[in-house]
Write a protein of this length. Structure first.
Length: 418
């Protein structure tokens, strides 16, 4: 490797950004102890702001090192489809109509599960909703699950252990639960067309293993915390009037349209603008749209796209230097410090890889997708929705990492042993 000065600077800034994500609680504490600059500390304490902020720092350095033309050319060359899509899908999936429909579906299934209602609801939110992510996309599944948990389980005082275990299991299950199809999980999407992975390939090599791991993770968490789950059976906090079925149908059609055209930003952004007009026309059937949360998540992911583009020079040799056996564990570990879709994309650029290596790379990438906020694209959405229920409005990155380790181990065993 013979990195340029810009690549070295980019790697250094990326490392600082990763450390920053683990330090947001420090900035939130500074905001309380140093009120004179509380606004700045609150800004730096927003985990969704971290990568956007350091991407700005990188761009400033690029202007100084390579000039305006090369800098703007680099920024224009990045693909921002994923940040735009996550923003749109979060806003639509977070509407009253979609949430009431999803809640009704989960409660319908819960009535047929031979468990106390609270336990059944908790289990299904952590198992059924992540698996639905294979069809409605992982960002949509994350948004639905996080909002349902926020308004039921997290609406009442619960133990810190339950909070972090729930988030850890949710993030891991979302990451692996989207692998039943080739279009829902970002790390799979990056390679499916290049490597000709169809629905049957995903089901036979990933889907059934993922489903087993998802059920085990959700089931174990449910059993451990069964005594704290009774209030999951109650109606969501601040329950509003029921949305007419016609309005719900229109929302579902908008959601379906965005999912179908997920790779065509001109189309799904157009649909989103039509949706905004419809939501305004029928404002009485809407709660506050989560525009702020969606924009923060999009800003986070766009920053990751800008910073991640300068990491290929060291990431790709590291990955390609591994055998098909070690690449699974290497990808799992590397996913904790970079987006798992970036890892699989780098793998798709290398010709002549064996099928065993390809499967191990993607399996490792999705296995580690719940370890940190940056590991999987939907994770920032979950943090943005749930962090208000945590101490200092912050999901502690170390607490998330520790809580996600057991379900990650279950996922690893499912992919390597089954």
């Amino acid at each position: 490797m013979n990195p340029t000065t810009l690549q070295i600077v980019g790697a250094g800034i990326f490392a600082i950004a990763v450390l920053h994500t683990f330090s947001t609680k420090i900035f939130e504490h500074l905001a309380h102890t140093q009120p004179r600059h509380a606004g700045l500390w609150h800004l730096l304490g927003e985990v969704e702001v971290v990568f956007g902020f350091w991407a700005m720092v990188l761009v400033v350095f690029m202007f100084l090192l390579v000039g305006k033309q090369d800098t703007t050319a680099y920024i224009d060359s990045r693909n921002y489809t994923e940040p735009m899509f996550v923003f749109v899908i979060m806003v639509i999936a977070g509407t009253r109509a979609i949430l009431q429909f999803s809640g009704s579906l989960v409660r319908f299934v819960a009535r047929r599960v031979p468990l106390p209602r609270g336990m059944a609801m908790y289990f299904l939110v952590l198992a059924l909703v992540p698996l639905l992510g294979s069809f409605i996309t992982e960002p949509a599944a994350m948004t639905l699950a996080a909002l349902m948990l926020r308004d039921t389980l997290f609406a009442q005082p619960i133990s810190r252990a339950l909070k972090y275990t729930t988030v850890g299991v949710l993030f891991v299950n979302i990451s692996i639960g989207g692998t039943l199809t080739p279009f829902a999980a970002p790390p799979v999407l990056m390679v499916a067309a290049t490597w000709n992975w169809d629905l049957w390939f995903m089901l036979s090599n990933f889907g059934w293993k993922s489903a087993i791991a998802v059920v085990i993770n959700a089931g174990v968490a449910t059993l451990i915390f069964r005594k704290e789950l009774d209030h999951m059976a109650r109606q969501p906090e601040g329950q509003t009037s029921t949305v007419p079925w016609t309005v719900t149908l229109v929302h579902l059609l908008f959601l379906l349209g965005v999912v179908i055209f997920a790779h065509h930003p001109a189309v799904f952004m157009g649909l989103f603008l039509f949706f905004m007009g419809y939501a305004t026309a029928y404002a009485r059937h809407q709660d506050r749209l989560i525009l702020r949360e969606g924009l923060l998540v999009a800003f986070f992911l766009a920053g990751l796209v800008v910073l991640g583009g300068q990491q290929q020079w060291w990431l790709q040799p590291v990955l390609m230097g591994m055998s098909s056996t070690t690449v699974f564990f290497g990808a799992t570990a590397l996913t904790a410090i970079t987006d798992n879709a970036a890892l699989t994309y780098l793998g798709s650029l290398v010709p002549g890889l064996s099928d065993e290596f390809k499967i191990a790379l993607v399996a490792g990438a999705v296995t580690g997708g719940g370890l940190t906020v940056i590991a999987n694209a939907p994770n920032p959405a979950g943090v943005a929705i749930l962090r208000g229920r945590f101490e200092d409005n912050t999901v502690n990155p170390l607490g998330l990492l520790i809580a996600a380790l057991p379900p990650t181990l279950v996922a690893a065993l499912a992919f390597r042993v089954l």
